[in-house]
Write a new protein. Structure first.
Length: 897
């Protein structure tokens, strides 16, 4: 079955459920390093008025991460926010920052978190742990500003010390002091009892010296002693020395990536001695873990894999290696299955307890996941008793078995935690089979990793076309998903091509009533809408809705979503009365089926209110928006971002009603809360600032509007770039204000710049481009360049007639604008003819009471009276109305598949 139209809402809900990685606690055996603790604490907490960056660097295994975690624990009350990131790769850093943005509801990308930190007035600490590879560009993730923030980096790379900022900001961590090293091994080996025999203490002193005082070696040795019956430090040292030469020979055979610069053979020996004490089931779990990402490893992976291992379906016949891996996975997972096929957590916990007791894995209580030290993770790969190819395949099998295609909250939250594990496997073997690829694509889709989705999606299409042929549903389902990926990435031309192919194939292979055909048609219609091809979108949406009404009934969620989408298309086509009828129908059905306080019902109320606003029925819009705001405020609270959005929308309606002071009061309130919660540079904060500027314009306070718009535009150019849609909107808004201030040359410069970008990106006939052309024509009229204005307006009117039709409100507004320019040129007969035509169509399509209809009548009346004051009125009303109607409304997110 395809994913329903409810999925975007469900995905949003699970983002907070999945949460972001919380900062782990330090080990209970943490010992010493007091001077280094004081140095790092002084650095990161001493810059109350400046951003500090502290870099802890040193060899692997010296305890950099534990020092950082101990510092965080000791300074916890200093911070309003602590963001812990795994800096082993760019992907891992971006995941941590993205998860924080979604959990805080400040955005949906890692850059949203960075922007928020830069403008956040509260105290924050961001930690980049294990930044050990040159490919991880830590610098790009460090907020450039933010006086209340500090940054902590742990790394093996001395070069990263150049990022340090502040007094005492570079901490070179070397081996432990002899006293601290002895204290640590005694603490672990003797369960914290420091009262030991002299010969034991002497053996401890000699042993830690032989370890080079490296913390990781000490931890492994202590764990071995503590969990081996009758083992003492003296006995362990003797055993260690007897094993050393054999381990040294093995260490020499390791790949360079798994070696340390100093004392690596010593640490490897202590690790290998622990490994050889493990039970068979524990060793096998370590082999599987070796090819996952080194942290964020949950019991849930193995539990779900065991649940699915006998029912999992794959699209292709399995290869010999896949059969072998599946047999191994099923045999291993069967150890943890009860006779009633339920999962045995106790048995699994015994295996993980064996591994944790020897410090080969750690349990992170904050995040309820297991982790492996990066060195241990590398070494674990070297002890797997079968080939690397089969070892990777076994781990891939377990992971893909754990992934389903269900859309419940638990499944979605689980899949959102697997991105790094999938990437780890694909790095080890980029050519893993398509049987796994489909499930791994599912993970990338739900973690919004679109580039990875595209790469994997193209591979799946290629393999399915070759192995299954072009007449199989599985092949076209893969094409459909690839098209969706292109759509999400804004590459509408590629999406259009693939969706057209998929819709045609669906009709040919399965018929028009199959889910593949319906979904393809629905997605193709959505692409048409994004390309401004609204008539083609309407034709498809009507066809899809008719089929869904017959097959599913009018109350099915998919049917309601299609009705909602069609209503937005009617709005885009200017058929607001038809849009209103559909929105009313959807609202009634959702209210009855889902309840009045369901999020989909509230969304329908907001959509209907928007149509009322366009129809000039602002009082009705106000009533609906007040109702939505009351429910949102009661359920989510006054400061929830959805509630603030409702308040901003209500403020816009107050402006439409001419109640600009009420609008201003509400907008100032919203803006104040958004600045505090989201930061000054967040897109929602900037949008609220833009709305407040419009209210200032409505109050005639154009200089204040200009100041706000210049401020917003400066931020957007820096953060989003010159060609971002939000930046272009702000440029247009500022140009409009310049016109209000009679600074027409400034207005022209901005509008020409916007139009050039729109033409290049969207094409000459896109609705947004046409609006820019109409706006520039208006400025030409203001500058007295009426012939240039006429040329542009004729061009816009011709295109709108051809694309939107003669009855579209935008077409009528173009007729009104051109009529006004004819007056400027003294062509009264042509102006009168154009006004009459616009009025006739508007009365028939919009109704006599619509604001546009009344505007056209008033302009004709003013022209016919012939007085100078009335003629001035035509110019003024026309200009203002054109600008307000140029603000388009976008439909909500479409169901993706």
């Amino acid at each position: 079955m395809p994913v329903t139209g409810q999925i975007p809402a469900i995905i949003e809900a699970t983002k907070r459920l999945a949460g972001f990685k919380r900062c782990p606690a330090p080990t209970i055996f943490y010992t010493g390093r007091e001077d280094e603790n004081i140095q790092v604490i002084s650095c990161i907490t001493g810059g109350k008025e400046e951003r500090r960056v502290c870099v802890i660097y040193g060899l692997g295994g010296v305890g950099k991460t534990q020092l950082a975690l101990n510092v965080i624990e000791r300074t916890w009350d200093e911070w309003d926010y602590v963001i812990y990131t795994d800096a082993s790769s760019n992907e891992a850093v971006e995941k941590s920052l993205k998860d924080f943005a979604e959990a805080r509801d400040i955005g949906q990308s890692h850059t949203d978190t960075i922007n928020w930190l830069e403008s956040c007035g509260e105290r924050w600490l961001i930690v980049f742990d294990n930044a050990d590879t040159q490919s991880t560009k830590v610098r790009q993730y460090i907020p450039a500003r933010g006086r209340g923030g500090s940054v902590l980096i742990t790394t093996r790379l001395p070069d990263l010390a150049r990022l340090a900022v502040g007094l005492g900001s570079v901490c070179h961590l070397s081996s432990m002091s002899p006293v601290d090293a002895v204290t640590l091994i005694v603490k672990i080996a003797c369960s914290g009892n420091q009262c030991i025999l002299d010969q034991e203490r002497e053996a401890a002193e000699e042993l830690v010296q032989e370890f080079g005082y490296l913390a990781l070696a000490i931890v492994h040795a202590g764990a071995f002693i503590a969990h081996s019956p009758s083992m003492t430090i003296v006995k362990y040292r003797s055993l260690f020395l007897s094993q050393r030469q054999r381990m040294l020979d093995e260490y020499k055979e390791l790949p360079e990536i798994a070696k340390l610069d100093e004392r690596g053979d010593t640490v490897y020996t202590t690790w290998r001695m622990c490994y050889e004490q493990l039970k068979p089931e524990s060793r096998e779990l370590l082999w599987l873990i070796a090819y996952l990402h080194y942290n964020g490893i949950s019991e849930e992976i193995f539990k779900r894999a065991a649940h699915n291992m006998h029912s999992k379906e794959y699209p292709l016949p399995p290869t010999d290696r896949e059969i072998q891996a599946r047999d191994r996975a099923q045999k291993y997972l069967s150890h943890f299955i009860n006779s009633d096929r339920s999962w045995n957590t106790i048995k699994f916990s015994r295996v993980t307890a064996d591994l944790t007791s020897y410090s080969l894995i750690d349990f992170d209580h904050s995040n309820q996941t297991y982790g492996v030290h990066v060195l241990v993770h590398d070494w674990a790969k070297t002890v797997v008793p079968h080939t690397r190819e089969l070892a990777v395949e076994c781990t891939a099998m377990v992971l893909s078995l754990s992934i389903d295609r269900e859309q419940d909250m638990g499944s979605l939250a689980f899949k959102r935690q697997l991105g790094l594990h999938v990437s780890s496997l694909l790095i080890c073997n980029p050519n893993l089979g398509a049987n796994h690829g489909g499930y791994f694509h599912e993970v990338y889709w739900h973690t919004s990793q679109w580039i990875q989705c595209e790469i994997l999606g193209k591979k799946l299409v290629e393999v399915f076309q070759r192995e299954l042929g072009i007449n199989e549903i599985q092949t076209w389902s893969a094409v459909l998903k690839l098209a969706l990926t292109y759509g999400v990435m804004g590459r509408w031309d590629k999406a259009l091509d693939l969706q057209t192919q998929t819709a045609d194939a669906g009709q040919r292979i399965t018929g028009e009533e199959h889910w593949l055909t319906l979904t393809s048609m629905s997605n193709l219609a959505f692409t048409y809408s994004n390309l401004g091809r609204y008539k083609e979108a309407e034709q498809l949406k009507v066809q899809v809705l008719d089929l869904q009404m017959r097959l599913l009934g009018e109350e099915h969620p998919l049917t309601l979503t299609s009705m909602n989408d069609l209503a937005f298309t009617y709005s885009n086509l200017g058929r607001y009365n038809e849009a209103e009828k559909l929105h009313v129908q959807v609202l009634d059905l959702r209210g009855r089926v889902l309840g009045e306080e369901h999020s989909d019902t509230l969304a329908s109320m907001s959509h209907l209110a928007s149509v009322y606003s366009v129809l000039g029925r602002h009082t009705k819009a106000e009533q609906l928006k007040l109702q939505v705001l009351d429910i949102q405020g009661r359920i989510l609270g006054d400061e929830h971002l959805s509630t603030l959005s409702c308040m901003g929308s209500l403020a816009s309606t107050y402006s439409d009603l001419g109640r600009h002071k009420e609008a201003e009061q509400l907008q100032v309130r919203v803006l104040h809360k958004q600045k505090r919660v989201l930061g000054e540079e967040h897109p929602r904060t900037l949008m609220s600032t833009i709305n407040l500027a419009w209210t200032y314009s409505g109050l005639g306070r154009h200089k204040e509007a200009e100041q706000l718009q210049v401020q917003v535009l400066h931020i957007q150019r820096r953060v989003l770039g010159e060609e971002h849609p939000d930046t272009l909107i702000s440029m247009g808004n500022l140009a409009f204000t310049y016109s209000r201030l009679c600074q027409y040359n400034k207005a022209e410069q901005l509008k020409v710049q916007v139009l050039d970008i729109q033409r290049r990106i969207l094409g000459d006939e896109h609705p947004s481009t046409l609006r820019c052309m109409g706006s520039l024509a208006e400025t030409y009229s203001d500058l007295g360049r009426h012939n240039e204005a006429e040329q542009l307006q004729v061009q816009v009117l011709d295109i709108r007639r051809r694309i939107l039709g003669e009855e579209h409100p935008d077409t009528l507004m173009s007729m009104n604008a051109l009529a006004t320019t004819y007056l400027d040129l003294g062509q009264w007969d042509r102006a009168e003819e154009m006004y009459y035509k616009a009025i006739s169509i508007a009365e028939r399509t919009l109704g006599n009471q619509h604001p546009d209809t009344q505007l056209y009548r008033q302009n004709l009346k003013s022209m016919q009276s012939g007085t100078e004051s009335d003629m001035e009125g035509i110019q003024r009303v026309t200009r203002n109305s054109k600008r307000l109607l140029n603000q388009s409304q976008n439909p909500p997110n479409h169901p993706v598949f």
